[in-house]
Design a protein around this ligand. Structure first.
Ligand code: 13P
Length: 289
């Protein structure tokens, strides 16, 4: 059974002075068994957010707390890279990292090859990666959405050891508690920050295409195991359309993730999905509060 995940990408919002309080409020108001919650603040707010999330008031009844993620990482381990942050520097501050966000592809000219190197650097440091993929509007209109995403996946995952996707039972159990090493976020670029969302059925079709592509790329064990999130103008009002799709395992949320009410609503709905999946798989739920 794949994890249900709600990840918050705060982008370039919050300061070290206010990020901790916002994270704590969101954490306390979104306590929901069965949902992995991740908050990705700016680099300079990681420590404040980490420290704010240790309290028992943010831990859900099943023991899930809120994980902290970075929004980017450098592809080299160390060196003369002014202003950059290596994966090993994040250890202890964050356990997740977003790679390949379309805003970095656009603003920092990140290529699929570079994103692949970041992914491998993150993996080597033990960070869990959220790899973002997604097409531009003209690419969708030209019927090329799936081929663009296939190219992005192929570029980013070239050189990845297929063995990373084959988990023993013990590894699978550990991953279900803390999340797998790789999660894919399908974020159509035209839906980011625009108020437009993809249709649930289109996002589900893309999630299926992503899994088929992973198998074709030589990762047969990845297909069913890798969580695929939807991102792009997700709110508590629009999330249900995506969670109704069995191929979609949660959301990567931008603007709405800065609003505690919205995050509480989104995670609560994800909790219903997680409970339904557990019931379908015949797994008895743990204690609730
Ligand atoms: P919005 O939810 O603000 O559209 O942003 C989505 C996103 O880019 C998350 O990474």
């Amino acid at each position: 059974m794949r994890n249900v995940i709600v990840a918050a990408n705060w982008k370039m919002h919050t300061t070290p002075a206010d990020a901790g309080e916002l994270a704590r409020t969101i954490g306390a108001r979104s306590r929901t068994p069965g949902v992995l919650r991740v908050i990705c603040p700016p680099f300079v707010c990681l420590a404040a957010v980490r420290d704010a999330l240790v309290g028992p008031d943010v831990v859900a009844a099943d023991g899930n707390g809120v994980a902290v993620g970075a929004q980017n990482v450098h592809h080299e381990a160390a060196g003369a890279y002014t202003g950059e942050v290596a994966a090993t520097m994040l250890v202890g501050l964050a356990s997740w990292v977003i790679v390949g966000h379309s805003e970095r592809r656009r603003d920092a000219a990140e290529t699929d090859d570079l994103i692949g190197r970041k992914l491998r650097a993150a993996r080597a440091a033990g960070l869990r990666a959220i790899l973002c993929v997604g097409e531009q509007l003209d690419e969708r209109q030209a019927g090329r959405a799936e081929s663009v995403v296939e190219r992005q996946l192929g570029g980013a995952l070239a050189g990845t050891d297929p063995g990373l996707f084959s988990m023993t039972d013990a590894q699978a159990a550990a991953a279900s508690a803390v999340g797998p090493w790789l999660t894919i976020a399908y974020e159509p670029v035209w839906a980011i920050g625009t108020g437009l969302t993809a249709r649930g059925s289109d996002a589900a079709a893309m999630a299926t295409a992503i899994r088929v592509t992973l198998a074709r790329l030589g990762f047969p064990d990845a297909g069913e195991g890798v969580p695929v999130l939807y991102g792009g103008s997700v709110t508590s009002a629009s999330i249900d359309e995506f969670l109704a799709e069995p191929a979609i395992d949660g959301a990567l949320v931008g603007g709405a993730s800065l609003k505690p009410d919205e995050m509480a609503g989104i995670v609560a709905r994800a909790g219903l999905t997680a409970a339904a999946r557990r019931a379908q798989a015949g797994i008895v739920a743990g204690p609730t509060n």
